[in-house]
Ligand binder design. Structure first.
Ligand SMILES: *Cc1c(COP(=O)(O)O)cnc(C)c1O
Length: 222
């Protein structure tokens, strides 16, 4: 079932779009099934759960952190995480930089942009992002590498609204790329799109989609 679901999603993706299989709340057996079907990139949103799965899954899995990350937990994932999609504050970036230094790594991060209509969502507003990049503070952070932006669309059936939000982020990405990262080819990722809206995101220039329930089924929250 998981293998078929994976294939269905893959069949709809443009060749340059990377599929992050969001496995949060699903048991390790589900990840193993996806792994057997060739999936190597998995997204998790809770540190403890991620650690448990990382300990038993094969070592060539690429782990992506996609949820809100508390600063006091960065130290647990800094040694192995491939990409943190959800760098949503300067404080968190500083901590990732610090922990990267401690374990001798440069940690790839995406800056999370807040565009959705939900008050509880984390991230930089477009203005906050531009203001912070202008400080050039990030240039002194030698143990993080900013490789792009991440965003979530509003949880709504209004596809026009979602498309508008993704378009805003796409434009912000190009603005920022030109003004601050023109000489940095690794700045090229736009993580947008989940099960309900990844096709819209893909049309708006997403390079990474984070798909969970379409692959693994509904999550059961305990
Ligand atoms: C859970 C989650 C997803 C996946 O959601 P689905 O609707 O199951 O595809 C994607 N991105 C983030 C940040 C998430 O927390």
């Amino acid at each position: 079932m998981i293998a078929e679901n994976l294939q269905k999603v893959r069949d709809t993706l443009k060749p340059n779009v990377q599929l992050v299989a969001v496995s949060k709340f699903h048991p390790v057996e589900a990840l193993q099934e996806a792994y057997a079907a060739g999936q190597r990139v998995f997204g998790e949103s809770h540190v403890q759960e991620l650690m448990g799965k990382q300990a038993v899954m094969p070592s060539d899995v690429e782990w992506h952190f996609i949820g809100h990350l508390q600063t006091n937990k960065v130290k647990y994932i800094a040694p192995f995480i491939s990409l943190i999609h959800s760098a949503d504050s300067v404080k968190l970036l500083k901590e990732i930089d610090k922990q990267g230094q401690k374990c001798g790594r440069v940690v790839d991060v995406l800056l999370q942009i807040h565009v959705a209509q939900e008050e509880t969502k984390f991230g930089f507003t477009p203005d906050e992002l531009l203001d912070w990049l202008a400080t050039e503070e990030w240039k002194a952070m030698g143990h993080i590498r900013i490789v792009g932006l991440m965003a979530m669309g509003t949880n709504t059936n209004d596809e026009t609204q979602i498309a508008r939000e993704f378009e805003t982020v796409r434009q912000l990405f190009h603005t920022v790329k030109e003004s601050h990262f023109a000489d940095q080819p690794p700045f090229r990722e736009l993580s947008m799109g989940m099960s309900g809206d990844y096709l819209i995101a893909q049309e708006r220039g997403s390079t990474m989609v984070r798909v969970g329930s379409l692959i693994f089924g509904e999550r059961i929250y305990q």
